[in-house]
Ligand binder design. Sequence first.
Ligand SMILES: [Fe+2]
Ligand SMILES: [Fe+2]
Length: 364
Amino acid sequence: MHGQVALIAVIDSHDASRQQVTQALMSLYRVNAYADSERAIHGLRAAPPAVILVDEQVPPKGGSAFISHLKHEPALAAIPTVITGKRDEAVLAEMAKQCGAVGSLPKPFRRSALIKTVTALINRNVEADWDNLPEIQRQALKGTVEVFNNISDFIAAGEPVPFGSVKEACAPLIDAVAKNDFKGILNGVREHDNYSYAHSMRVATLLSLFGHTLGLPKEDQLVLASGGLLHDAGKISIPHEVLNKPGRLTEEEFTVMKSHVTETIKFLDVAHDIPKPVMIIAAQHHEKLDGTGYPNGLKGGALNDLARMASIVDVFSALTDRRVYKPPMPAEKALDIMTHEMDHHLDQHFLALFKTMLLDAVVD
Ligand SMILES: [Fe+2]
Ligand SMILES: [Fe+2]
């Protein structure tokens, strides 16, 4: 399962509702759908999913009985299961409790509610795995995911991003990087279902690594890491269809996508204490040396070291991130593309340093 998007099983005898749920989840996950529990049990054994959604009317014995049965299958018992159905919310919640489901979703439900439920369950598993990491890596991941979730809430509420707490959450990350003990952090976000968090955390880690390699003071490294965590905050306002679209964006979609930079700046501007380097990382990480980047088409000398480092780290991370439509690209291949196909875009001196940094850190 490593490196692949999560598999979700949907068990529902109503054709329309099975199709609707499959449709809703398809752009984010792999989905296996079953019309009855007999077929489902074989499928689940053959390909255990990350989350199981069961309609309470599923034949022959109903969803509750089926979920109870799953709890006796050693390979399936631990998989989080959600019961769905056209029932009163409280009734369905009680059913869930009785049969051992972790949650309930009364029909009809909104797509967003469905995705929120599934995402939370996947992340619960991923975040539980962090407990097996060394203390410092665990702290870095737990602290940053919490602050990242809070950032979304602040943005949604139009409130200023609390920069102090972002910086504080990045402190264990800086320490992990200083000790060359951060591989578990980069890998630990791979399966995380909040793609924005996973990408931002990888950018934050690699920017700290740049800071550490250049021998910057700790305070500056903290600012770099915070800039990484915040650099794409504006993506919250980009529609999911554009953000997760496999393949090429249309010109119109690309315009929407590009607006994440100005959105990020707008959000960060609400707070008045965001350090300038953070603003530069957010504003200029899509600029290119030859002036073909966005949003301002800045060229050569107009791009300072921060912008140059940020774009290298952002491109590398985007290429090596796992997305719903592509497996992660191996680091070697990404660096090869960055060296040979993006030589007009990226600062080759910093890129050479970046490669050495990664080799020293033995990142895969
Ligand atoms: Fe971006
Ligand atoms: Fe980015």
